[in-house]
Design a protein around this ligand. Structure first.
Ligand SMILES: Cc1cc2nc3c(=O)[nH]c(=O)nc-3n(C[C@H](O)[C@H](O)[C@H](O)COP(=O)(O)O)c2cc1C
Length: 181
């Protein structure tokens, strides 16, 4: 199974990137993770959507060929980051490569709420672009107080890792179910 990960923060030491790297390593027996470099994408521009640059074409192809997509979002001003929103806009138009694609949202912040508000917006956007988002009940990965839960570039908090194991198992089953349908 091939999963493309989109990280909504471009920061070098991003906790969201650290979460994705943790997922990549911890579940390598379940799926392969490829991280999309959304920092290299131009801002979405409708004038270019029918003949976008090579970097956009490659990004869209990567998503089109993935079995599933994982999105790890920071919370910026009670929402998702502009860079993530623009990256999703490219996927939402012309060939709409994210439509029907299984998506697992997750997010990390340094505050207590762990991206609750950002993920509500993210789910709204994913709904608009017809992604097949993992149902929220029991599957919401909100990681707050990041400074205490990550060490040496990895998520190390045992309780959070245990919860992640449960959700990832359910997500793999969800993806396989969609492929049978
Ligand atoms: C522009 C900006 C706005 C932010 N707004 C929020 C916010 O609304 N809620 C929150 O919990 N944290 C907010 N933060 C803090 C981020 O959650 C924190 O910087 C987090 O570590 C970002 O994710 P990253 O580690 O992946 O870069 C904001 C940070 C920035 C730079």
């Amino acid at each position: 199974m091939k999963v493309v990960a989109i990280v909504g923060s471009l920061r070098k030491d991003s906790f969201n990137m650290q979460l994705v790297k943790t997922v990549e390593k911890r579940y390598s027996h379940l799926f392969e993770v490829e991280i999309a470099d959304i920092g290299s994408l131009p801002f979405f521009n409708e004038d270019e959507e029918k003949a976008p640059s090579a970097v956009v074409q490659n990004y869209k192809k990567m998503i089109a060929e993935a079995d599933a997509v994982l999105i790890s979002t920071p919370e910026f001003n009670w929402s998702i980051s502009g860079v993530l929103k623009s990256a999703l806009e490219w996927l939402s138009r012309v060939d709409k490569v994210i439509a029907g694609k299984p998506v697992l949202p997750m997010g990390v912040s340094q505050g207590a709420l762990g991206t609750v508000r950002a993920q509500l917006h993210l789910r709204q956007v994913l709904s608009s672009i017809q992604a097949n988002t993992m149902p929220p009940a029991g599957n919401e990965i909100f990681i707050g107080s990041a400074g205490q839960k990550f060490k040496d570039g990895e998520l190390t908090d045992e309780a959070t890792l245990k919860f992640l194991d449960l959700v990832v198992d359910k997500f793999v089953a969800f993806v396989n179910e969609q492929e049978i349908k």
